[in-house]
Write a protein that binds this ligand. Structure first.
Ligand SMILES: *Cc1c(COP(=O)(O)O)cnc(C)c1O
Length: 219
């Protein structure tokens, strides 16, 4: 079995979705995985994502997983399946505006900062509550908040990684209970990458974002 097939088997048992992270990788490699059945791919740059969308089969579900500047939303708004890296109300407003222009509702995740590294983007639990309580949020009718996304600290300390994933799961449960109790769309916890997806799944991940394990190390 290929790495892909064994990974898919493992995830299927656990009902966890796979986002194959294809950033920096050529379209041939993406198509190879597509031919094996993969349909969800993740990219971290809007223009690269839009280029690949043009060159590859139309039934691919593209997830934006990287920091997104407001002026780049327009490149992906017509087709993107999910924007996982929403880290401000202003970005959500822009996505909403572009969703409206394209006559569609764009699914999004709120990115929470769970890592201790200062370089990681994301909202605190308080930020998320403030956002969801705001009047501005309540008028956004062309986005759909489907859950939370987070990245653990890049470290060999697996206890720390586990603690950070637990924190995201707990935040998800809190937000679900306060704001989305009757909303079945709010269900995704996107956490886990090549090095830590096993721990993420044990801690409640519904969606893992895996790149190097499938495509090899990035240069
Ligand atoms: C690159 C990236 C991944 C995948 O990382 P790997 O370690 O290659 O699996 C997952 N999530 C985000 C946000 C990324 O930027």
């Amino acid at each position: 079995m290929t790495t892909y097939q064994s990974l898919i088997e493992e995830l299927k048992d656990k009902e966890v979705k796979l986002v194959a992270v294809s950033k920096t990788k050529p379209v041939d490699m993406i198509r190879e995985l597509y031919d094996q059945g993969q349909r969800i791919f993740g990219e971290n740059r809007a223009q690269e994502l839009a280029d690949k969308y043009d060159k590859l089969p139309q039934d691919i579900e593209w997830h934006m997983i990287g920091h997104l500047q407001k002026n780049k939303v327009k490149y992906i708004a017509p087709f993107v399946s999910m924007i996982e890296s929403c880290d401000s109300l202003r970005l959500l407003s822009t996505i909403n505006k572009e969703g409206k222009k394209n006559n569609r509702i764009i699914p999004v995740l709120l990115q929470m900062r769970i890592a201790t590294e200062e370089t990681k983007y994301g909202l605190t639990l308080t930020d998320i509550k403030d956002l969801l309580n705001s009047d501005e949020y309540h008028v956004l009718d062309h986005i759909k908040v489907c859950g939370l996304m987070g990245m653990a600290t890049f470290t060999d300390n697996l206890d720390q990684v586990r603690r950070e994933f637990k924190k995201l799961k707990k935040a998800f449960d809190t937000i679900k209970e306060i704001y989305f109790m009757d909303d079945t769309s709010f269900k995704e916890i996107s956490m886990g990458m090549s090095g830590d997806y096993g721990i993420a799944i044990e801690e409640g991940s519904t969606m893992v974002r895996i790149g190097s394990l499938l495509f090899g190390a990035r240069g």
